[in-house]
Design a protein around this ligand. Structure first.
Ligand SMILES: [Zn+2]
Length: 442
């Protein structure tokens, strides 16, 4: 709260509707006032966020992955409307899923005109008994894609039709169901709810894979966004993710592209070169293996240290890793079995993309065997950065001061940890001393 006040005093724009509240009753009341007043805001809001104010408590609560335990969204009830479901279309996703979506008679819900809405999968459509031609209830909640909640069965005329995905994508010439984008066979793996296009080189998948590969959480290549990846794909300059690293051989053609000046071409090529050194976890994530998110990708990098080792891992080896179950293991194995994928990896390697990471022996590192506990606010780096630097040098970090604690690092406004460290005789470092230590040992 003080941080927000301080930012305000410096002239930064801080939301004037922020409040510091004393108990949960006040939170509830505050929420209710906004449920009523939300329409009056000049921007869209889908709820409020409730945060624990004390930094000390925030730190003790910690986080799971990217999600802090000390902040939670309290969403407003969704806005609903009804309209007619004209048809159900199919789009092909990055991992090859055939995604049904609702094509609607345009309707205004909460001030926004809605023409399309998400339908999750065929089973879901059947379970909710949604039929083409139905009057359906549409729900909008914040930024998320509107969804079809269900049909208004009382308004049925008897002309509504049941949706069958395989009939929808049936290709009469081929006399079989086919991917609406590339015409390849579609299949539904046992135990899964989605149908997939079987073609790893399916254009719909390829383009979205390129976009995912270059995205910020993955290889972070500035300049290759949705539009450019579509253009590069259409012009045939990139057919798969490995082609990104060979764009430098096509400078002439890049310069001919609309909206690409000499400067933006060279910026993009620089960004591509820089991305060759991303940590292995990012590379694994960027490949777009089904079911592999950020945390799993990092875990696999730590376990295998190279893409080759991961590619050769057996199902048993993969499953022996905690948090990896059969679904993820099978998906990894299926990915590396595909010849097209192996070829992509080969070309990534040849272009100089780093596909391994040295396993670091913790014992050999300068801070090995030392445990650091941090308290209070640090000035020059965030707590996370400080912890990462300590860990990178082999040190451990803890959340409470014990006899095993080597150093307590004290920022401004230290909490009770300082008293505890003093009573245990733990060595205390201020931020500057920590920085010196890290620089000296690095
Ligand atoms: Zn396809």
């Amino acid at each position: 709260w003080e941080t927000l006040e301080y930012l305000k005093s410096l002239g930064f724009k801080v939301n004037p509707n922020n409040r510091r509240l004393d108990d949960i009753k006040q939170v509830e009341d505050y929420y209710q006032t906004w449920v009523e007043k939300r329409e009056k805001l000049h921007y869209e809001a889908d709820g409020i966020v409730v945060k624990v104010n004390q930094l000390e408590l925030q730190q003790r609560l910690g986080d799971i992955g990217r999600e802090p335990r000390w902040a939670i969204a309290y969403k407003f009830p969704a806005v609903q409307g009804t309209t007619r479901l004209i048809d159900i279309g199919i789009s092909v996703g990055r991992t090859g899923t055939l995604n049904p979506y609702a094509i609607l008679e345009p309707v205004s819900v909460g001030g926004v005109t809605i023409r399309q809405a998400a339908l999750h999968n065929e089973d879901d459509i059947r379970r909710k008994d949604i039929r083409i031609g139905d009057t359906v209830i549409i729900q909008r909640a914040g930024e998320v894609i509107p969804a079809v909640v269900g049909p208004v069965t009382s308004q049925r005329t008897g002309k509504e039709k049941e949706f069958k995905l395989l009939e929808k994508v049936f290709d009469k010439e081929k006399n079989r169901p086919a991917c609406p984008v590339c015409g390849s066979e579609v299949s539904r793996p046992e135990g899964e709810v989605m149908y997939y296009c079987s073609n790893a080189a399916c254009p719909a998948q390829a383009q979205q894979r390129i976009e995912h590969f270059a995205s910020r959480g993955a290889m972070d290549i500035r300049g290759i966004g949705e539009n450019l990846s579509a253009t590069l794909y259409e012009k045939g300059l990139i057919k798969d993710i490995a082609d990104i690293y060979y764009l430098k051989d096509h400078k002439e053609q890049l310069l001919e592209l609309e909206k690409m000046g000499g400067k933006s071409v060279s910026n993009m090529l620089d960004a591509i070169e820089k991305s060759k050194d991303r940590p292995l976890g990012r590379v694994i994530l960027a490949l777009g293996i089904r079911h592999i998110g950020e945390e799993t990708a990092e875990l696999l990098a730590r376990e295998f240290h190279s893409l080759d080792a991961l590619a050769e891992a057996s199902r048993e080896e993969l499953m022996s890793i905690e948090t990896i179950g059969p679904k993820i293991a099978d998906s990894i194995i299926a990915f590396f079995r595909q010849e097209t994928n192996r070829d992509i990896i080969k070309r990534l390697r040849e272009s100089g993309v780093k596909l391994e990471e040295k396993p670091v022996k913790a014992e050999a590192l300068p801070l090995a065997g030392m445990e650091f506990v941090l308290t209070g606010t640090l000035e020059a780096f965030s707590r996370k950065e400080a912890e990462e630097r300590i860990k990178a040098l082999g040190g451990a970090t803890g959340s409470s001061v014990t006899r095993k604690t080597t150093y307590l690092v004290v920022g401004t406004d230290p909490g009770s940890k300082l008293d505890r460290a003093r009573s245990l005789g733990t060595e205390i470092l201020n931020e500057a001393e920590l920085r010196n230590l890290l620089n000296r040992k690095a």
